[in-house]
Ligand binder design. Structure first.
Ligand code: 9YW
Length: 442
């Protein structure tokens, strides 16, 4: 493929553009995920957004997380979307109907009825590192920490159906990687019923159809929402009835890492020791679950389809989940690190920048422009970079940072990028891309 001409901003200009992007996406109540495609607050986006904000104005960073926490369900779930007044997204609050159907959902703000990956404690850690000592950060540690504890407790209580530490998702959206080929098999078993109410997609007014999930995929996404509505979003009934139920190894690894991080933050801020012990216990169990998902045949970790009772061995970037949380024997871990940096992934010779894409370019299923089926997502690279640093793999983390900055220095802050040409795809001025750029620049 031909590489389009790109602009290159120096670091000062790039930081200014990133700050301007975040400011432009601020609607007065929240910083939306993207200006037109996603005019609301997404749970894991907001965790990342607060990190970038911390470099600009730590009070604003704290407020952003507080806005998300204010939408926490009474049972502890952090919802995947907090809706603004803007109507420009489908499915919106009416279609979800969460507040009408479930007494634990807040009436205001309106939210969706599912969740997203638990990366929030990592954001809290980063904010404390950047702005520690400020009164707003102290407030976040005092008032926000217990909310994060309750969120983690909710995941353990409702999303560990076999008690093994492998956390389950009930919708591909909960993985944050909506149409990843990881979910093709479980979605094949989701058969939309004739009573699926009609709907109109709004996403393709903004982003090219070829860069978005297909209609057949969307029917399934909406059908799962219908199934959840039928049980009024009752957390345990959703797990019992949803035709999609998968133990997500990437979410589990993030949970293990975030629980460990939250425990340490709790220790440093005087939280009750029994809660800290509990968090460490959850982290340990989930780390073991991630390590048990490791497949020596491929060298990657697998998801587990809880409905079909089968491992899912589709090779994607999520298979490197053990590198996020640790727990593998050293030989397997070294092999995995070599694989992610090697010619199938970040070291593929045709890549624009040496960053692991969502699917390997050597895989027949690789689709360079199609959302979670091949493009490179800066925010996922940030997660690996942070985890590498945390692990003490400093040189690998530094390399990833340099390569990521090379990808985003065109200043468009694409939602995702063509891994071979560096062309920005999906939405532009995407908040979480601007925010990770800001963090890399500091
Ligand atoms: C959608 C906001 C969200 C991300 C997800 C990503 C996408 C929403 O955008 O989902 O409608 O497709 O897959 O991870 O949080 O940026």
């Amino acid at each position: 493929p031909v590489r389009p001409a790109r602009r290159r901003f120096d670091s000062v200009q790039l930081a200014a553009r990133a700050a301007w992007t975040l400011g432009g996406n601020d609607n007065g109540t929240m910083i939306t995920a993207a200006p037109r495609l996603y005019p609301h607050m997404w749970s894991w986006d907001t965790a990342f957004i607060s990190i970038g904000l911390a470099h600009l104005n730590v009070d604003r960073a704290v407020r952003e997380l507080e806005t998300l926490f204010a939408a926490q369900w009474r049972d502890g779930m952090l919802p995947h979307i907090v809706f603004s007044e803007d109507g420009g997204y489908f499915p919106g609050p009416q279609r979800w109907g969460a507040a009408e159907l479930n007494a634990d959902a807040p009436d205001s703000p309106r939210t969706s009825g599912i969740c997203q990956p638990p990366v929030h404690a990592i954001a809290l850690r980063r904010i404390v590192d950047i702005g520690g000592g400020s009164p707003a950060v102290d407030r976040l540690l005092t008032d926000g920490w217990p909310k994060l504890y309750r969120w983690h407790e909710w995941l353990v209580r409702h999303r560990d159906p076999h008690g093994t530490g492998l956390l389950a998702i009930t919708h591909g959206w909960e993985s944050g990687m909506d149409n990843s080929p990881r979910w093709d098999l479980p979605y094949a078993a989701v058969i939309p019923g004739p009573d699926l109410p009609p709907y109109e997609r709004l996403d393709r007014r903004v982003a090219a159809a070829a860069e978005r999930p297909s209609d057949a995929e969307y029917d399934r996404y909406l059908w799962l929402v219908e199934q959840m509505r039928k049980v009024r979003y009752d957390a345990d009934q959703v797990v019992r009835t949803s035709s999609f139920l998968v133990g997500d190894v990437f979410v589990t690894a993030l949970f293990a890492l975030a629980s460990e991080v939250l425990a340490t933050l709790g220790e440093q801020s005087g939280q009750p020791s029994w809660r800290i012990r509990q968090l460490r216990g959850w982290a340990r169990r989930s780390r073991v679950a991630v390590a048990s998902a490791y497949d020596p045949a491929t060298g990657l970790a697998r998801d587990y389809d809880l409905r079909a009772g089968t491992w899912l061995s589709t090779a994607t970037l999520a298979g490197f989940a053990p590198l996020l949380c640790g727990g593998l024997p050293a030989a397997d871990e070294n092999r995995m690190l070599a694989t992610i940096l090697g010619p199938d992934w970040a070291g593929h010779p045709d890549l624009f920048a040496a960053i692991p894409p969502s699917v390997s370019p050597n895989d027949p299923a690789f689709r360079a422009r199609e959302y979670w089926r091949g493009p490179v997502w800066p925010v996922i690279a940030w997660l690996f970079g942070w985890a590498f640093e945390h692990h003490g793999w400093t040189a690998e983390a530094a390399r990833l940072r340099t390569e990521c900055l090379r990808l985003v220095e065109d200043g468009t802050f694409g939602e995702y990028y063509h891994p071979l040409t560096g062309e920005p795809l999906g939405s532009q001025q995407q908040s979480w891309t601007a925010t990770v750029a800001l963090d890399w620049l500091h």
